[in-house]
Design a protein around this ligand. Structure first.
Ligand code: SF4
Length: 480
C-alpha cells in the first residue's frame, strides 16, 4: 500500500476542464431546452457548475438572459429556471475547475456588456499566458469578476472589437494573443462563433438540426438532441454561424504535423460514442486493448475493465488475445455526489464505495484487468487487493496509456511530477506498490496509431508539448 495520508484526492481519476455547447435556430425557436439536453450529454466533461445564456436575435440588441449555478445540469436547471430563458441563440457550459476556484462566480457562460453590445462566452481549455494577459489588462483598468482564464479571453475579444469591423474578426484577433488550449463558443447579438486553438487540443464539432446550427464539444451531444454531424471545427479555425451560412477563417491553422490534439480525450475524457477529427473514440480504445494484447501478452482466464473507461480497451484485449471478456465489478455511479466524502483511511473507503468485485466472476481465476490510466496510483492497489480478496488467483494489470511522467498545462489536472506514481519509479517498482502479479503500460510509440496517425499532444508522457509550456506551474495562481 502506498501512503495516502497526505493525498487530497480520494480518487485517482483525471478530470476534463469543461464542455461547451452553442445553438442558433434560424426559425426563431427557443434554444434553451435543447442546450439543456446538450449539456446533459456533456456532463462527463464537468460536474462542478453549469450555465446557459440566451438571446433573442429579433429582440432588443444586447439583452442576454442567463442562469448558472453550482452542481449538475439537472440540479441547476429545472422547469422554473429554464422557462424565462427565451431566445433563438444561446451558449451553455459545464465546468470542472483545473484553474480558477470552484465558485458560482467562476461558472460559465460569462456574459460581458461593453460599448459595442453584449458577448456571452463558454470556454474549454487552459491558457498558458493568461496571467501575463491578465496583468496587462489590469494595468489598463480592467476589473476582473472571476479568477478564470475565460474572462481574459472575453475581455480581449471586447477590446479587439473596438478596432474590428466584425465580432468574428475580434475573436480571431483575440485568439492570436492567447496561447494554450481552447475550444470557444461565443454568442454576439446576431452571430454564433466557434473557435479552436491552432493545435486542436480540445475538440469542437458543428451540427445541424432542421434550420438550426449547433456547436458542441463532442458529437455525442449532437446525437442526444437529434442533430446531424456536419463537421469538426478545424484546429485553428474560427467559424461564424449566421442565417446567411457558415463562414470560416482558417488563417490561424498550422501545418497538419504541428497540430497537437490531447490524446487523453481519446483514452479517457470523451464519451466512447463520440468521434473526434474523424476518429471514433470507441475504436481508439479498442485499439489500445489490442496493442496491449500484442505487446504485453499474458496467460489468463478472463479479461475485465475498470468501469467504465477501461471497458472498451478490455474488449480490445479480449478480441486480440482470444481470452474471454468478462465483468468483475459493479459500479455505483452516484458516488460522485455523496455529501460525506469517503476518506482514504476510513472503512467506507472511496474505492469500495464506488466499486465492488463480483466474487463469482473472478474466484479461482487468473484475471487481466485493464485500466485507462494510473495517475497517483491511489486506487490501483485497492482494486488489485479487492480482486484478490474476491478469490482471484492472479491479477495482471494492463494500462491503456503510457506512464504519466509530466504535468499537463492545457486543461487537464495531471498533477505535479512528484505526485505521479511513475515519477522516479520503474514499472517493476510500480507493480510492487500496487501488488499486481504483472503490470504493463501501452507503449508511447503506439499512441499515434490509436488515432490513425493524427498529430497529437502526448506531453504528459514524454515531456514534449506541442508548444512551449510555462516556465513555472501557474495553474490556480489567481487564488493566491
Ligand atoms: S499534456 Fe497530456 S493531458 Fe495535457 S493536453 Fe497533452 S496529452 Fe492531453
Amino acid at each position: 500500500m502506498i501512503d495516502n495520508e497526505n493525498m487530497n484526492h480520494i480518487s485517482d481519476e483525471l478530470h476534463e476542464e469543461c464542455g461547451v455547447f452553442g445553438m442558433y435556430d434560424f426559425d426563431g425557436g427557443d434554444v434553451a431546452s435543447t442546450i439543456y439536453y446538450g449539456l446533459f450529454a456533456l456532463q462527463h466533461r464537468g460536474q462542478e457548475s453549469c450555465g446557459i445564456a440566451v438571446s433573442d436575435t429579433m429582440g432588443p440588441k444586447g439583452k442576454v438572459l442567463s442562469h448558472k449555478g453550482m452542481g449538475l445540469v439537472n440540479e441547476v436547471f429545472d422547469k422554473k429556471a429554464l422557462a424565462p430563458l427565451k431566445g433563438d441563440i444561446g451558449v451553455g457550459h459545464v465546468r470542472y475547475s483545473t484553474a480558477g476556484a470552484s465558485t458560482r462566480e467562476n461558472a460559465q457562460p460569462l456574459v460581458l456588456n461593453y460599448v459595442k453590445g453584449t458577448l456571452a462566452l463558454a470556454h474549454n481549455g487552459n491558457l498558458i499566458n493568461a496571467l501575463e494577459l491578465r496583468d496587462e489588462l489590469s494595468l489598463t483598468g480592467a476589473i476582473f469578476q472571476t479568477t478564470i482564464d475565460s474572462e481574459v479571453i472575453a475581455y480581449h475579444i471586447a477590446r479587439e472589437r473596438l478596432h474590428s469591423a466584425t465580432v468574428e474578426e475580434a475573436v480571431g484577433r483575440a485568439c492570436r494573443k492567447i496561447k494554450g488550449a481552447y475550444a470557444l463558443v461565443v454568442m454576439s447579438p446576431r452571430k454564433l462563433i466557434g473557435a479552436r486553438d491552432p493545435y486542436g487540443f480540445k475538440p469542437l464539432v458543428i451540427g445541424k438540426r432542421d434550420n438550426a446550427y449547433i456547436l458542441a464539444s463532442e458529437s455525442c451531444a449532437l446525437d442526444t438532441i437529434g442533430a446531424s454531424f456536419v463537421r469538426d471545427v478545424l484546429p485553428g479555425e474560427v467559424v461564424t454561424i449566421t442565417p446567411q451560412g457558415i463562414e470560416s477563417d482558417t488563417s490561424m491553422c498550422l501545418q497538419k504535423e504541428q497540430e497537437g490534439r490531447c490524446i487523453f480525450e481519446y483514452i479517457y475524457f470523451a464519451r466512447p460514442d463520440s468521434q473526434i477529427d474523424g476518429v471514433s473514440v470507441y475504436e481508439s480504445r479498442i485499439k489500445a486493448g489490442r496493442f496491449l494484447a500484442q505487446d504485453s501478452p499474458v496467460d489468463a482466464d478472463i479479461v475485465v475493465g475498470v468501469p467504465e473507461s477501461g471497458n472498451a480497451a478490455a474488449m480490445g484485449y479480449a478480441m486480440e488475445s482470444g481470452i474471454p471478456y468478462g465483468t468483475a465489478f459493479v459500479k455505483n455511479t452516484y458516488v460522485g455526489r455523496t455529501f460525506i466524502k469517503p476518506q482514504q483511511t476510513a472503512r467506507e473507503n472511496s474505492v469500495r464505495v464506488k466499486l465492488n468485485a463480483l466474487k463469482n466472476a473472478v474466484k479461482g481465476k487468473r484475471v487481466i484487468i485493464i485500466d485507462d490510466s494510473i495517475v497517483r496510483g491511489t486506487t490501483s492497489d485497492q482494486i488489485v487487493c479487492m480482486l484478490k480478496k474476491a478469490g482471484a488467483k492472479e491479477v495482471h494489470v494492463r494500462v491503456a496509456c503510457p506512464p504519466f511522467l509530466w504535468p499537463c498545462y492545457f486543461g487537464t489536472d495531471v498533477p505535479a511530477r512528484e505526485q505521479l506514481i511513475a515519477y522516479n519509479r520503474s514499472v517493476e517498482e510500480i507493480r510492487q506498490v500496487i501488488g499486481a502479479d504483472s503490470l504493463a503500460y501501452l507503449r508511447v510509440e503506439r499512441l499515434e496509431e490509436l488515432v490513425n496517425g493524427l498529430s497529437i499532444c502526448k506531453g504528459c508522457f514524454t515531456g514534449k508539448y506541442p508548444l512551449e509550456p510555462p516556465k513555472e506551474d501557474i495553474r490556480g495562481e489567481y487564488e493566491k
